[in-house]
Write a protein that binds this ligand. Structure first.
Ligand code: GDP
Length: 294
């Protein structure tokens, strides 16, 4: 991911190398190229526009035009802005000593089930006692998949029954926790191929009944801008506290990943970087910015 974008930003800036002083027109031409490469990478229009405007403002403020190394200066401003657009400081979900209940929500195929298991493995490795909950009341196959993954990572799975009411699920979960101490409950909620009213109602009811401490929206970074529209709906209907961007190892152009933070106004907590169960990383905006600028 980001290969084309990365190359194009470097090419645009490289044209300024060895030029000594540059003019405002040179700067604007470079910024135009960066803007086009962002749009071609499927970055949200607003994000691209603001991104370039901020770079221009900073570059002029820092007197890049007077500098003897304008290319390096611009690259450093682009790096700062990329880090900013990806969320600035790295953020982590709130993790208390006990009583943590995290919902994973998102469309079917986004990587929800895989990431529930990845999180279980990740936190188990940090000494936590996770419990997975297979909460899709309509798709036994989804529950089965989580049970298999739970076994792989050595974490128990509480499974809902077909058609179980959200209130019953909440009660069963509370009951389970009285005899099996767990400090992090990861709920793999129902996903559908598209947003549908029933799904949203069911999720809202489950959320009200269980009272999660974090609601993590799982976003497939391969699906482009559409993924972000979906995010807005989930946030409006369910309330989202943070994002997990999956499939960052894929060959998409990267626009969704770069726009996610701005469009949803939610921090990106984790990145999924492979199909394997250890393919999960805390998300560091500065490291990704560095990688993009290569
Ligand atoms: P769900 O329907 O949202 O629960 O999605 P799944 O967890 O079943 O994942 C859908 C597909 O995406 C599966 O084939 C996963 O192996 C794959 N997948 C999930 N996360 C990643 C990732 O970070 N990278 C890659 N390459 N594949 C992933």
């Amino acid at each position: 991911m980001f290969e084309t974008l990365s190359r194009r930003i470097r090419d645009a800036v490289d044209k300024l190398r060895g030029r000594g002083r540059i003019s405002e027109a040179d700067l604007k031409a470079t910024l135009r190229e960066i803007r086009v490469s962002l749009l071609e990478a499927d970055v949200n229009f607003e994000v691209a526009r603001e991104f370039v405007a901020k770079i221009q403002e900073k570059a002029l403020g820092q007197q890049v035009l007077e500098s003897l190394t304008p290319a390096e200066q611009i690259l450093s401003v682009v790096y700062e802005e990329l880090t900013e657009v990806l969320g600035g400081e790295a953020r982590q979900p709130v993790l208390k000593n006990e009583g943590n209940v995290w919902f994973l929500v998102g469309l079917q195929g986004s990587g929800k089930t895989t990431h529930a298991a990845k999180l279980a493995q990740f936190y188990k490795g940090k000494g936590r006692r996770p419990l997975l909950v297979a909460a899709d009341t309509q798709r036994p196959a989804a529950r089965e998949q989580l049970k298999i993954l739970g076994e792989k990572v050595g974490v128990p799975v509480l499974e809902v029954a077909d058609g179980e009411r959200p209130e019953t699920t909440a009660q069963r979960l509370r009951q389970h926790l009285t005899f099996d101490y767990r400090d992090l409950v990861l709920v793999d909620t129902a996903g559908r191929l598209q947003i549908d009213e029933n799904l949203m109602n069911e999720l809202a009811r489950l959320k009200a009944a269980v009272g999660p401490t974090e609601t993590l929206l799982v976003v497939d970074s391969m699906t482009g801008q559409e993924a972000l529209n979906v995010s807005k709906t989930f946030d409006e209907r369910i309330g989202v506290t943070g994002l997990i961007l999956t499939k960052l190892d894929g060959d998409a152009r990267g626009g969704a990943a770069l726009s996610a933070r701005h469009v949803t106004q939610k921090p990106i907590y984790f990145a999924g970087i492979s199909e394997k169960l250890d393919g999960l990383e805390p998300f560091y905006p500065d490291r990704l910015a560095q990688r993009i600028l290569g």
